[in-house]
Design a protein around this ligand. Sequence first.
Ligand SMILES: C[C@H](O)CC(=O)SCCNC(=O)CCNC(=O)[C@H](O)C(C)(C)COP(=O)(O)OP(=O)(O)OC[C@H]1O[C@@H](n2cnc3c(N)ncnc32)[C@H](O)[C@@H]1OP(=O)(O)O
Ligand SMILES: NC(=O)c1ccc[n+]([C@@H]2O[C@H](COP(=O)([O-])OP(=O)(O)OC[C@H]3O[C@@H](n4cnc5c(N)ncnc54)[C@H](O)[C@@H]3O)[C@@H](O)[C@H]2O)c1
Length: 309
Amino acid sequence: MAFFAHQIRRGFSSSAVRNVVIKQVTIIGGGQMGAGIAQVAASTGHSVTLVDTSDDILKKSIKTIEGSLKRVVKKKFADKPEAGEEFIQKVLKNVSTSTDAGSAVKSSDLVLEAIVENLKIKQDLFSRLDKLAPAHTIFASNTSSLPISDISSTTNRLDRFGGLHFFNPVPMMKLVEVIGTSSTSQETFDSLLNFSKVLGKTPVSCKDTPGFIVNRLFVPYLYEAVRLYERGHGSKEDIDIAMKLGVGYPMGPFELSDYIGLDTIKFIMDGWREMDPDNTLFAPSELMDKLVAEGKLGKKTGEGFYKYK
Ligand SMILES: C[C@H](O)CC(=O)SCCNC(=O)CCNC(=O)[C@H](O)C(C)(C)COP(=O)(O)OP(=O)(O)OC[C@H]1O[C@@H](n2cnc3c(N)ncnc32)[C@H](O)[C@@H]1OP(=O)(O)O
Ligand SMILES: NC(=O)c1ccc[n+]([C@@H]2O[C@H](COP(=O)([O-])OP(=O)(O)OC[C@H]3O[C@@H](n4cnc5c(N)ncnc54)[C@H](O)[C@@H]3O)[C@@H](O)[C@H]2O)c1
């Protein structure tokens, strides 16, 4: 009876009664997050195909992975540089690239999407891949803020669909939020939890609620820092110093917003405000709107709250 109730809660489906051991991974989107996830998956022995829209972007993704691996081995193989170089080559061998997502998913146990934060584009991608991936393949999204149940709604594998939310920079941040919708099967959820552990991360279980755990607490904090600055209650520099030295955060809110990307943070907040316009935690910021409109998105464009050129 308990088993049955449990299956109903997670959405039982006969096609999902076993745990999938994830070996072959397709990651769609080779940007900040996709490249980082590919690196960590390849470093832990998975066979990874990284997919993006052009070979030029993918070349950049591999360069990013290489650069990050060099930082990792500098520590891990401090006394054995040759073993470090060997490790890098071994990891890079585990990563192949493709601009053809349809072919890449055909031999995948997991398809993890880290493309642009846009519901329609994510839905279209998964709807197309749903028809091409094997039945056992689990689909997951790395979305920061969109409901997983909205992204999965265009597929016929609701029981094999969940969220895997990584943190930036992926090689350094230990947390993964594993998100189950009301339709995600227990087997899929367990496979995603287990995959996160095999990557060397610590997973936490989340409901499919706005911002899951971290972003629901964290994004209003980033916005309040900007509003505090707009009210003239402190300089950007002092607010950053205060949060680093006062509560031990590794980066202040302005440094971190620039690091994540102001477009990403604004997109998250705009979406929540649309859902709940009277919630003062979701109030807009004129400065944030202005910077994003000017294309000053943070580190990735050379300027955000601070200049990086
Ligand atoms: C919005 C989304 O949905 C959710 C999110 O992702 S929210 C964002 C979450 N991320 C954070 O909060 C990041 C907060 N910042 C930090 O933890 C740290 O500042 C940081 C790890 C990014 C960098 O650390 P910091 O001490 O400031 O700088 P730095 O000295 O360059 O790096 C520290 C170590 O990390 C390593 N490192 C940093 N980035 C790395 C990367 N991308 N790859 C590999 N190694 C990296 C460095 O090599 C260095 O190693 P060392 O200690 O052996 O020298
Ligand atoms: N930046 C962060 O700190 C962070 C943290 C956690 C989660 N996320 C989420 O991860 C996702 C990716 O964010 P990012 O910061 O890596 O973005 P990014 O802009 O760095 O990378 C996105 C990549 O996806 C590619 N892409 C776009 N549409 C595609 C398609 N249809 N097929 C294949 N590739 C496509 C782009 O060319 C680009 O290389 C977003 O959903 C974001 O909300 C971001």
